[in-house]
Design a protein around this ligand. Sequence first.
Ligand SMILES: *Cc1c(COP(=O)(O)O)cnc(C)c1O
Length: 383
Amino acid sequence: MKDETKIVTTGRDPKAHAGAVNTPVYHASTIIYPSLAAIRGKEKIPYTYGRRGTPTTTALQEAISALEGADGTMLTPSGASAVSLAIMSAVEAGSHMLMVDSVYQPTRKLCDRLMTRLGVETEYYDPLIGGDIATLIRDNTALIFMESPGSQTFEIQDVSAIVAAAQKRGVKTAIDNTWATPLNFRPLDHGVDFSVLAATKYVVGHADALLGTVAARGENFKHLQNVHGLIGYSVGPDDVFLALRGLRTMPTRMKQHQHAALDIAAWLQSLSFVRKIYYPAMPDAPGHDLWQRDFSGAGGLFSVELEPCSEEQLAAMLDNMRLFGMGYSWGGFESLIVPCEIVRTANSFKTDGQMLRLNIGLEHIDDLKDDLRDGFARAGYTT
Ligand SMILES: *Cc1c(COP(=O)(O)O)cnc(C)c1O
């Protein structure tokens, strides 16, 4: 079955729910046990307590697992908590962790401010390191964490080469696959142990709910499920419903995001004051060849580097945009623009240019270009 069909058909069972097309929203903490044998665990029942799952959460878990090619998926209250769940499932006190230098900044803060306190050491590596990651693996390395493409600078990583080096030394791997989603890249098929999604972005797709997922196979999934239970993560059923609703249209939205982003990126590249486009689908982007090798499509989020400008010029542009909102998160239907704040400690990126990150939404391409064109003019950029 193709992904588009899987997305429409999985995680739904109208016959079990009075014919309703969508799985209902089960609001439940207490689940009543049918017998003493059941509460003693001698008789198997599907649900035991709201935090451990309901038919609503099962529906989303099944749908994500089908897309990821996973044995199971755990849901978390945000993408950030999905990242921490994957990390906590692989490390212990005394562990060394290799973290990609282009990682989403809150992940970096988790490592530097909390994991260090728990006795886990983080070492940052160049996103384009590929198989040379082998030289950084130590006897106590427990996890190699990837994010491809990287946040804000969009480097594509050689996942297969990194996984091969990790497996040789018995090191687990995890990837933040939020940009690609399993529609455009399937981490578990490449041997990655834990596949992380900020479902807040393309799965939910409407800028209204926060949610994260971590998918895995075999023993990895059992371990993940166990740690998830110990930490006590649970997701409200209304947010799960929003994710299920968003998921059904994700392939259609993703195609339009990619189509519009490619069009706008190509137009931007033709402007004299644009130095560089950081978008894996564009030929000069870092890791473009790997994107072609491994991915079946692109997200609609990319960065553009302009000639340097003053803070006042930038404010004249960004404070007066008509369509591009200035705000965090992305993957929703509306276009967004934010100035990049790039933190790198493995020396993997440096520029004096003005970097902006664009989320290309579902508005008409011509209107988006007009908004950007007027914004550049306000900032004093002339072609
Ligand atoms: C947004 C984002 C997250 C965090 O997701 P939240 O739901 O906002 O916690 C994690 N990773 C990446 C790459 C993201 O863009």
